[in-house]
Unconditional design. Structure first.
Length: 151
């Protein structure tokens, strides 16, 4: 499924709206960057919390915890050394870890599991600089993939 993430640059925090490919809002992102706890809360359109992204402030490298209903789904962290591309590991309990590779600054990267691409993120699909697309393969945990993109 293809999602469209539209960032709201002129709001305090990191608020975003996630649309489906028909352009209808499906998720809202509430950024709490000015709070004591650096976190993003992803809610469905009824206001129910879908996932929470929490940045660990005391870590050697950028590290985020993604949780659902109080349970940790994944830990997202930047690799120590990757000179030409950004590389992140998404540690999921069990053998299903994800890897993100590409340019996160330009919003051009892929997410893979075991060498198989499960999602692609691209700003090229849109002319607006605050909008980018996320194309997720069928059978994936869409909220988890979207949380990785937002982290």
């Amino acid at each position: 499924m293809r999602y469209i993430i539209r960032e709201k640059f002129f709001h305090i925090g990191e608020d975003s709206t996630i649309l489906n490919e028909a352009g209808q809002p499906v998720l809202e992102v509430d950024g709490k960057v000015l709070s004591l706890h650096d976190r993003l809360i992803v809610r469905d359109m009824a206001g129910n919390e879908v996932v929470t992204i929490h940045r660990r402030l005391l870590a050697l490298r950028p590290t985020y915890e993604i949780s659902r209903g109080g349970d940790t789904l994944a830990t997202f962290r930047k690799r120590f050394f990757s000179p030409f591309v950004d590389r992140f590991t998404v540690d999921i309990p069990g053998p299903d870890d994800l890897e993100m590779t590409g340019s996160l600054f330009e919003h051009e990267y892929t997410i893979s599991r075991g060498g198989q691409v499960v999602a692609a993120v691209s700003r090229r699909w849109f002319s607006l600089t605050d909008t980018y697309g996320v194309d997720i393969a069928p059978g994936q945990d869409d909220p988890l993939i979207l949380a990785c993109v937002l982290a």
